[in-house]
Each structure stands twice: as C-alpha cells, then as structure tokens.
Write a new protein. Structure first.
Length: 456
C-alpha cells in the first residue's frame, strides 16, 4: 500500500496522502495493526493510535473484525426527496402532499417580525408555551419537572447535536433496520458505527436490542410512531419490552424520534426508562407544516438539554425567531389543527387504497402501517423489481437504501402514498405484479438445472 511513518501522526498523514493521490481508495481495508507495525518497525500501539486518529478525523471507520476501512465523508449519501425532472411517476420521494399542508398566509400576515438581536433568550416564549401542549403526553408520564425544552433546526439537527455531545467517532449506535435514510447519513458523517436492530410488526426487536447494547452500543435511536420506511408504530407491549431492556443499561443514551406526532393515530409510547440517565424525545414539524419549516422541538433530561443548548448562545447561534414564531402561530391555530386532522385521515385512506389494490393482485403488505409510505416485502431481488417498474414508468425506493447493515441485501420497496389516488393505486399495483412476474421469470431462466432435469 505504501504506507510510511514512524509516529502515529506520520502514519495517519501517510494514509491521508495516499487517499488523496488515489493510491488508496474509499472502501479499502487498512492492514491489520500487527501486520503494519511489523512492516514499519514500530510498536503496535503506534499503529493503533494512527488508526484512531483517522477514525476521529472521519477518514476511516472501525468495523470490528472487519478491520479499519477508509470512508468518504464528503458523500452526502442517498437523500429523501423528489426526483427533479423525471418523466416517471414518482412514488419514491417521501414527501407530504403540498395540498394537505396548512395555508401559511394567515400566520405570516399576523407574524411578529420584530428583529431579534444578539442577546436574550434563544427560545421564543410563544413557541415555549406551544411546546408545553405538544409534549403534554410526555408530561403526563414523567411530570413537567422531568424534562427541559430545546429548539433545533429540525429532527436530524437534533440527533446530530445530541450524538456529538455524548459520542465519539467509532462509537456504536443501535438503530432500526431498515432505518430512516437521514439517520444512516448522519451516523456515517459523524464516523459512528450503526448496529442494525431488526424491526418487526410491533417495532424494534427487544432481543436484538439487548444484544446490541450488550455488545457495546452506547446509544439507541428508536422511532415511536410511523417508522420510516416500514410504517410500524410501537405497540404497548413492545414499548414496555424495550423499556425493560434499556433499564438494564442506564448509561445508554436513548433518542426517541416521533416525527409523525400530530398526524399519528397511535399514542406516544415511551422507551426511555425511569433510570435512563440521558434521553431525548424529538418532534419536528416537517410532516404536517412542511419540510421547509426547519424547526425541531426537543424534550430531554436537564444534562442533555444543557449540552445541546451550549451551542445555541444568545450571542452566537440560534434557530431563527421568525421560524419559531411561525411555528408557534401554526401550533396555536385552530385552522392548522383542522388541516392536520384532515391530512392524517387522508394519508390513512390513501395508504388503504394502495394496500387494497395490492391485495387484488395477491401482493401482501404487512400491517398495520402508518405514515407517508407503504413498505412492501418481496421474495425476489428488489433492485431488479425497481428497474422493471422504471421501464413501466414508476419510481420507487429500493429497500437496500434503508439498510443499516454494512452489506445490505433487503428485498423490499418503499412506496410513498402522500398523493395516491384510486387510479394510481390500481395502475401501480398492476405494474408491480407484472414487474414481479418479469423478475421471477428471469430468475428461473438463470437458475441452474436441477439434478432431475439433467437426468431427463
């Protein structure tokens, strides 16, 4: 490989130089510590320190027995969103229906646009009051004295700030598998190691979470309701089981993502236990007020709030008070509340349209599901199904995009139902059935002949 150096810093600089020159490539596995130490004539601790330096810099990641692997921290990763300019019918975006978002006109007309200068509170008082009602279900469970409010630039911003406050590159984080795209990207960018925990019809599996935490995961991110991409919400029994698991690991950071909150039919069910030292419940407004309203509401223990707020200073940085006031106005608006209730009902009906249409084609969907997407497990290669659908004019998201595993192989597709109609549902279901037949026939043609066939 040409790695040189006699000190940890020299070795790390050599690796970075080779990566920049192209002599080493992203995805390459660095030599084992013992091997490189012998080749360079240095102590193994020197090489180990060099590798730690690379991990801390985000240049490499450790994969246990898989070794230390070079990574590209400039890659933003696969993103949610519409495919601009595509001629295909886009059922891959993950976006809400713009027609179901509340009209901002009234709220904007009456908005207090007084300039916010340096100094003073970073959280708008009106939003703080509105947040009291937003987190009323949490208050009912742990009392108001049990949590502190923070405001961030959306849910992902909240996750990144919390993880950065407690973890270091190379640390393990237990996540749902399949996992939300933005969570995968955020962990990769931070140099954190995802530990996949399978999701079934009731949510994250407690036995696998226990294994992940026993194996050294220092944090867990779990979705309370309308898990993206599967649409699963935690059942009461499952939430209790998960709570029992995390109670055995009080030092583990617990982040609960409740992105669908005001649209959800299921109640919020807490995972953090009474003994959990550091926890956070994150609620954004993007699903019901629109993704461009970059505001996240964060309820957490006092220590976590202090760490998050440390980077939000009245003289340095804060979430725009104009955005905070607009969010507060919408949360206080009966018109917006009516729009949210209507949107929630519409999304459930639209998901039902697709599930019914799929059933008519003998395509089963695990349920119940909630949210803006429907998750469809397949028994054939999902990538090939996606390609076959594209040839028929449809764009969906392949399941492997949501895999938290290092070597993803998930045969499923995610279909966004936000703008679904009866006609689209019926036509798409027919196209999917045809695509499945195409892939199945292709697989049979490639399958080697059986021994019986050879004897014939």
């Amino acid at each position: 490989m040409g790695i040189e150096g006699g000190t940890a810093q020299e070795i790390a600089d050599s690796v970075r130089g080779l990566l920049q020159e192209g002599a080493l490539t992203v995805g390459a596995t660095l030599p084992p510590v013992r091997q490189l130490a012998a080749e360079l004539g240095v102590n193994r601790n020197t090489v180990a320190a060099a590798y730690r330096t690379l991990v801390l810099a985000g240049v490499a990641e450790t994969r246990g027995r898989g070794g230390t692997v070079l990574r590209d921290n400039r890659d933003a990763g696969e993103q949610e969103g519409s495919a601009e300019g595509t001629p295909l019918t886009d059922l891959a975006s993950g976006n809400p229906d713009p027609a179901l978002l509340p009209d901002l006109t009234t709220a904007l007309v009456g908005l207090d646009v007084t300039a916010k200068l340096y100094g003073g509170a970073t959280i708008d008082p009106g939003l703080a009051d509105a947040a009291e009602r937003t987190f009323a279900d949490l208050t009912a469970e742990i009392t108001r004295a049990g949590w502190v409010l923070s405001v961030t630039g959306g849910a992902v911003d909240a996750h990144e700030r919390i993880l950065a406050a407690y973890l270091s590159p190379g640390d393990q984080v237990a996540v749902e598998d399949p996992c939300f795209l933005s969570s995968i990207n955020a962990l990769n960018h931070a140099g954190l190691r995802s530990v996949p925990v399978p999701v079934d019809a009731e949510g994250m599996r407690p036995d696998r979470l226990r294994a992940a935490l026993s194996g050294g995961a220092r944090a867990v991110i779990v979705t309370s309701r309308a898990h993206n991409p599967t649409g699963v919400s935690l059942t009461a029994a499952r939430a209790q089981e998960l709570q029992q698991v995390v109670s055995q690991f009080p030092q583990v950071l617990v982040i609960e993502d409740d992105h669908y909150s005001l649209l959800a039919a299921e109640p919020y069910r807490r995972v953090a236990s009474a003994g959990t030292q550091h926890w956070a419940l994150v609620r954004s407004v993007s699903k019901f007020f629109g993704p461009d309203l970059r505001v996240g509401l964060l309820a957490s223990d006092e220590a976590t709030a202090a760490l998050v707020s440390a980077r939000f200073g009245p003289g340095t940085n804060w979430v725009s008070h104009l955005l905070q006031r607009l969010t507060a106005a919408l949360l206080n608006s009966t018109t917006a509340e009516t729009a949210i209730v209507a949107a929630a009902d519409t999304y459930r009906r639209r998901a039902g349209m697709l599930v019914t249409a799929l059933a008519a084609e003998d395509i089963a969907v695990r349920g119940p599901q909630e949210g803006l997407n429907v998750w469809i497990d397949l028994d054939v290669d999902a990538q090939q199904v996606g390609a076959a659908l594209m040839r028929r004019g449809w764009l969906v998201r392949a399941g492997r995009s949501f895999s938290a595993a290092t070597d993803p192989a998930r045969n499923a597709i995610r279909v966004t139902i936000a703008t679904m109609t009866e006609s689209i549902a019926t036509t798409f279901a027919s196209a999917l059935a045809a695509a499945l037949d195409d892939v199945d026939r292709s697989a049979r043609r490639r399958r080697p002949p059986t021994r019986t066939a050879l004897l014939d």
